[in-house]
Design a protein around this ligand. Structure first.
Ligand SMILES: [Fe+2]
Length: 125
């Protein structure tokens, strides 16, 4: 049972890597093309949903399932568990903070001037 749970977590990591690769490709497309196809908008919405639901659920599985089991063998005060808990908190906060942007990206083109200096200068939404 425990081995199956770990295999599930590892499989979820591969899924996250795939989604991040998809996001990277979408960003590359945005940099290369002025028009944002509807499929790309839909993909942004799907990625935002994935991050808010699947990634956060994965993090909870590790924080409340895996890490407590590992604490029997690894010190909690320092070391990889502490680092991963901190990273998970940062990721969870970033996903929550970015939720409105994923929704906006799924409905509209990027803000006017978003390529200039690597950030938006005017919001067209
Ligand atoms: Fe993980």
């Amino acid at each position: 049972m425990a081995l199956q749970c770990v295999e599930t977590l590892i499989s979820e990591h591969r899924t996250v890597e795939g989604v991040l690769a998809e996001l990277e490709a979408l960003i590359d497309d945005f940099l290369a093309n002025a028009e944002v196809p509807d499929a790309a908008k839909q993909a942004f919405g799907s990625i935002g949903d994935f991050l808010a639901k699947d990634l956060v659920l994965h993090i909870r599985k590790e924080d409340y399932g895996l890490f407590p089991a590992l604490e029997r063998f690894l010190p909690l005060e320092q070391g990889p568990i502490t680092v991963m808990l901190h990273e998970h908190a940062e990721i969870t906060q970033a996903v929550a903070a970015s939720a409105p942007e994923w929704t906006r990206l799924s409905r509209t083109a990027p803000p006017v001037g978003w390529r200039q200096g690597g950030s938006a200068t005017t919001d067209a939404a």
